[in-house]
Design a protein around this ligand. Structure first.
Ligand code: CP
Ligand code: NVA
Length: 308
């Protein structure tokens, strides 16, 4: 297993399956893992806001006998210009792991390269792998398997979409992505996903038409049209996405009876999804959010248990 968890593409199908199996065990029998990371400390560096990532990582550490420290970017000397490399070297002398949420994915790579302890991606402009680990656990719980399950991602080809592309194709989930022109996922990431799909036997399709992507799929997934840090583009983005890319009851009907709705949250009701869908019976978003805790525990245990 790699030292750092920056992108799902650094992990094999078996690594991912092992993490999901461990997360399921921990979810079923939390008492068996109550003291497995005694006195281990996780530093959590945040350059952007967070509810789920912040709280689930902190509770995950506490649940295993360790603890976590919240570090806002501007509370650190980082905010005054101390380099990422110096920060990584120093934090590595105090803590056993670092989770960081950053704007620029390259900053995470610099942090990982300068740290001797594991660095975990808590979201960057490119990826959100911890989210997708939880999504895969949720899909497996709801469908009883991963291989051959079909998922349509409707909307912005953003960090969550990129990690979904890599994660689903690693484990054999079929994925179709529908985005407006100019908002498709990056070509190099789609290429990586295609390579994964060749190896796992899953199918991947990138298109513009949401109704075509959603046809007879098991799961429809969407995320914000205006991600954190993109607020200045709000008008232009909403103009490009709405109303065609909003997940509503009609789109869920195209997916078919028994289809599920997923969203990483936070949600913007009336933008990427209608209130009746996210708050309706097909929605599994609260289970998805809960599973962040269980998959984070599995990830932290796997990466931190061997450290000093
Ligand atoms: N899904 C997710 O990462 O949520 P937060 O931004 O609240 O951490
Ligand atoms: N794409 C969203 C995900 C939030 C968890 C963002 O980056 O803001």
């Amino acid at each position: 297993m790699r030292k750092d968890f920056l992108t799902l593409n650094d992990f094999s199908r078996k690594d991912i399956r092992d993490l999901l199996d461990l997360a399921s065990d921990m979810k079923e029998k939390p008492s068996t893992h109550r003291s497995v990371l005694p006195d281990k400390v996780l530093a959590m560096v945040f350059q952007k806001p967070s509810t789920r990532t912040y709280v689930s990582f902190e509770v995950a550490m506490a649940g295993m006998g360790g603890h976590a420290i919240y570090l806002g970017w501007d509370q650190l000397q980082l905010g005054r210009g101390e380099t990422i490399e110096d920060t990584g070297r120093v934090l590595s002398r105090y803590v056993h792991g670092i989770m960081a949420r950053v704007f620029d994915h390259r900053d995470l790579e610099r942090l990982a390269a300068s740290s001797t302890v594991p660095v975990i991606n808590g979201l960057s402009d490119l990826y959100h792998p911890a989210q997708v680990l939880s999504d895969l656990l949720t899909i497996r719980e709801k469908r009883g398997r991963l291989k051959g399950v079909s998922l349509a991602y409707i909307g912005d080809g953003n960090n969550v979409c990129n990690s979904l592309l890599l994660g689903t194709t690693k484990v054999g989930v079929d994925i179709s992505v529908a985005s407006p022109p100019g908002f498709a996922p990056r070509k190099d990431i789609v290429e990586m996903a295609k390579q994964n799909a060749d190896e796992s036997g899953s199918r991947i399709t990138i298109m513009e038409e949401p109704r075509k992507a959603a046809l007879a799929v098991d799961i429809i997934y969407t995320d914000a049209f205006v991600s954190m840090g993109m607020e200045k583009e709000r008008e232009r983005r909403l103009g490009a996405f709405l109303p065609r890319y909003r997940v509503d009851a009609d789109l869920m009907d195209i997916a078919g009876e028994g289809s599920l709705f997923m969203h990483c949250l936070p949600v913007h009701r009336g933008e990427e999804v209608s209130g009746s869908v996210i708050d309706g019976e097909q929605s599994v978003v609260w289970d998805q959010a809960e599973n962040r805790l269980h998959t984070q525990k599995a990830l932290l245990y796997t990466l931190l248990r061997n450290g000093a």
